[in-house]
Design a protein around this ligand. Structure first.
Ligand code: UTP
Length: 477
């Protein structure tokens, strides 16, 4: 170790002591040179002054978010226009949306940096096979949708994919080995979000081994900073992209590029807009759209009081009925604006099981939550927008997240919803679909994005649809 490195080590030791994190150096004497460099690099990345604040306000305090303001329900555009005037607006919005897509002003963006702990899948969630007949992965379904968009609108549609340092290499390798699913490599931009250290309940940063700090991705809200830092925003500006169509990697039903949604966002001069659905019940585990201080705001289900969740309108419907499904249009200029000056999305605290090493250096695999991860959420940017539009959509058309291995929001429910939507699209175009006496489907159908991106695309393909009989398995491409 040279003299200057020794000095750096001394300074860091002092700093760690000042911030109550001296244990990070506990095994220093046992590390070889490359491990020491590795650990030093990780510690130098930590903003210890900020971390003191996080420990005091989030790690040691068990409240995630304090809601101090009066909340009112948010208003939305309906899935269909409410009256003649709105009908004219929807027609205008679809026309504008299509023009913007054709002009190459809209790009696709998926956040795929999560750890998918609930699904328990080994590898990036985007590589999870989900389609009912062909077992296509989530990434493949999205890539085929983007190809179909490019063909439909005769334009390139670049795709920005957020990963984390924990799954970046694997994700890029998946794309490379699948030949970018037929997309131009230059139109696929894979970037990385930041990470946050993980803490024990006592505020001490955890180590995963003697030379590595335990850390996890900084939440989907990390995308705002990561888009900027990674050069993705510069790439968009070079291409003339003005709007990002944002979704989560676990929802294969998403209408990736929706002209109506894009058109309404642009017509209303919004900076960040959202799709919503009517919640299945007062405590469905989705964020709640509210108005707070005149701004559209999403409050997580865990921070929403029972009184608000269960409040009813005179007709018995839920007062706060709009749930967030993490589908947004975000203006590129808004991401830039958020990145000038000190960008600070609020932190949220999640109590988790975090594998780590103990004071003696022994591995601990906790069976109960033992620490805190901190994250930021993308929807916390919505109140920072000068204007924000909400478009209500139908669950059966656009939301089937694969969160769990079994049960609610699982692979099984996602597949069933993909099949049900395919059957509905065909029936809407006049195709007879075999059903059992109880009305449930008696066939399996998979519609490839190249066949139809939305319901209305089916009508032009009627001559390609075979007769579908009971028990048939039909793949339409
Ligand atoms: P989830 O909240 O479902 O988290 O993320 P997850 O990590 O995928 O799954 P669990 O909670 O460990 O089971 C919603 C979306 O946000 C992305 C995920 O990839 C998913 O598309 N995400 C989440 C990120 O991109 N980065 C993050 O730090 C967190």
């Amino acid at each position: 170790m040279g003299v200057s490195t020794k000095r750096i080590v001394k300074n860091i030791e002092k700093l760690l002591k000042k911030h109550n994190q001296s244990h990070l150096f506990a095994f220093w004497g046992q590390l070889d040179e490359s491990q020491r460099n590795n650990l030093l690099g990780q510690i130098q990345e930590l903003d210890l002054a900020k971390i003191d604040g996080w420990v005091a306000n989030f790690v040691k305090k068990p409240i995630s978010t304090e809601i101090s303001t009066e909340l009112a329900p948010a208003r939305s555009y309906g899935p269909a226009p409410a009256d003649a005037e709105q009908k004219r607006k929807y027609v205008k919005a679809v026309k504008l949306g299509k023009e913007l897509i054709s002009a190459g002003k809209v790009a696709a963006m998926v956040v795929a940096g999560g750890q998918a702990t609930r699904l328990g899948f080994d590898g990036p969630k985007g590589n999870f096979p989900v389609s009912p007949l062909k077992n296509k992965t989530l990434f493949q379904i999205f890539a085929e949708s983007i190809t179909a968009v490019s063909e439909k609108y005769q334009t390139a549609c670049p795709w920005y994919i957020m990963t984390s340092p924990l799954n970046y290499t694997e994700t890029t390798e998946i794309f490379r080995s699948n030949n970018y699913y037929g997309l131009n490599q230059s139109d696929v931009f894979i970037f990385q979000q930041g990470t946050m250290p993980n803490f024990g309940f006592d505020g001490k940063i955890l180590l995963t081994d003697k030379a590595d700090i335990a850390c996890s991705p900084d939440g989907h809200g990390g995308s705002i900073k990561a888009l900027y830092k990674s050069g993705a925003i510069d790439d968009m500006k070079k291409r003339g992209v003005e709007f990002l169509s944002y979704w989560q990697v676990d929802n294969p039903l998403v209408n990736i590029i929706d002209p109506l949604f894009i058109g309404l966002h642009a017509l209303d001069e919004a900076e960040m807009s959202s799709k919503a659905l009517i919640k299945a019940g007062p405590r469905e585990k989705v964020g709640n759209f509210c108005m707070a201080d005149g701004k559209v705001t999403v409050i997580e289900y865990s921070d929403f009081s029972d009184e608000l969740a269960e409040r009813q309108n005179p007709d018995g419907s839920l007062a706060f009925q709009l749930g967030s499904i993490a589908i947004h249009i975000i203006s590129v200029s808004f991401v830039e604006k958020l990145n000038t000056g000190e960008l600070s999305l609020p932190l949220h605290r999640a109590v988790k099981r975090i594998p780590h090493i103990d004071e003696a250096g022994g591995a601990v695999e906790p069976t109960e939550p033992n620490g805190v991860k901190l994250e930021t959420f993308i929807f916390d940017a919505i109140p920072m927008a000068s204007k924000s539009v909400i478009l209500e959509t139908r669950r059966s058309e656009e939301f089937a997240p694969t969160k769990n291995a079994t049960g609610v929001d699982s692979v099984e429910t996602t597949r069933q919803m993909m099949i049900a939507r395919a059957a509905f699209w065909l029936e809407s175009a006049g195709v007879t679909i075999p059903r059992k006496p109880d009305g449930s489907l008696d066939c399996v159908i998979e519609i490839s994005p190249s066949f139809a991106l939305e319901k209305d695309d089916v009508k032009a393909k009627l001559n390609k649809i075979p007769e579908i009989k009971s028990g048939d398995k039909v793949y339409l491409s």
